[in-house]
Design a protein around this ligand. Sequence first.
Ligand code: GUN
Ligand code: ZN
Length: 445
Amino acid sequence: LLEDCEVHRGALLHFLDDPGNDPDPRQGSMAFIEDGLLITHQGKILATGPASEWLPRLPSGTAVTRWQDGLIVPGFIDTHVHMPQLGVMASYGTQLLDWLETYTFPHEARFSDVDWARTEASRFTDLLLRHGTTSALVFCTSHPQSVDSLFEAAEERSMGLTAGKVMMDRYAPDDLMDTARGSYNDSLALLEKWHRRGRQRYAITPRFAATSTPEQLALAGRLAQEHPDVMVQTHWAENTGEIDWIRELFPERSSYLDVYDHYGLLGDHTVLAHGIHINHGDRKRLAETGSRIAFCPTSNTFLGSGLFDFRNAREAGVTVGLASDVGGGTSLSMLTTMAEAYKVCRLRGQTMTPWQAFYLATLGNARVLHQDDQIGNFKPGKHADFVVLDQNASPLLEMKSAYTTTLMEALFNLMILGDDRAVAATIVAGNIRYQRSASSAPDTS
Ligand code: GUN
Ligand code: ZN
């Protein structure tokens, strides 16, 4: 196999398990090779190891792509992001419910135009790659063609995305609403077309309990029961006004979480975005059912939604992923997202170590999506999806790097000061799909 392989050289860092959230990563959870080779074959990881050990084993004449000052990490994974909301980013002055009505729904209505849907899906996937994100769990719009457009764009780039059609049959503009039965049929057809076609996965996507009738929630739950290996994604407990409204809409249910529970929408394939205003009973039920939370810090601060309680979720045994939630979120960068997560933790008197942050954005998020057998670290046989980070990407990073001595500091510099500028290249299934600029070109020898 070494006869026909591709080789990247740089510093290598990946996680084999949850490092915990203490200053030192748990024994054996992290692997770092200061001068390493990442060897790929037909889009998959073949091996990693020290350059000194592996260079002599390579057949003579093997090209080695050398990333000077590059830190190679697994491709970032985003566990909650909206493809149709790029144009909604940076919308001024509202909280969730007004934000949806004023900015988001009108923008999503544009996706009835299939040419627009295709243009935006291409722009979105290219922007993910520019930010070092190689996989994601994605909301499309209620228009089935928005889902086709996104999966087509992902396929063209050999990326593996998980995505679904928004189900929404009340409290939205007419041109965005479906019907309970229609949304079931459309979701089923898309699921049958795209789920496990190559790297793609489908996700059943009721927007949130407010914009679905009980009939629609029941059918979404039925679809999930009929397809237990398909992800379910929705929003939950983001904003206090939202929660009051849910209480009015579902007076017979004991809590917001109980609405989803009642309709069979909880389980270990469910990702609930936000989960800010929740209690210990909720956490217990999440842990029991295996339901996951996507922590979306830039969205939560931008929309003034609140501060997610990371420590209590972890201690209750809830699986937590990290996510951008663009366009409520303000950046597609998982580095910027890590920085905001750290700040939210600080505002709660908590912390998030760089080990934990980089773990979440890679192997942790792969586990959230049940794709850790495919992506998330450099174990041989996984897809060769990785990012080359440049520790000197900006004048400030360069200045800080000059007196950075430990790996923990280097990672913290990248997460606090880095963004898409710090992504020198993004490799998907062994192919370079994004490269920052010609001046950052690697030496090939
Ligand atoms: N709740 C229901 N829909 C949305 C959405 O599009 N974004 C966010 N952040 N929350 C929601
Ligand atoms: Zn969202």
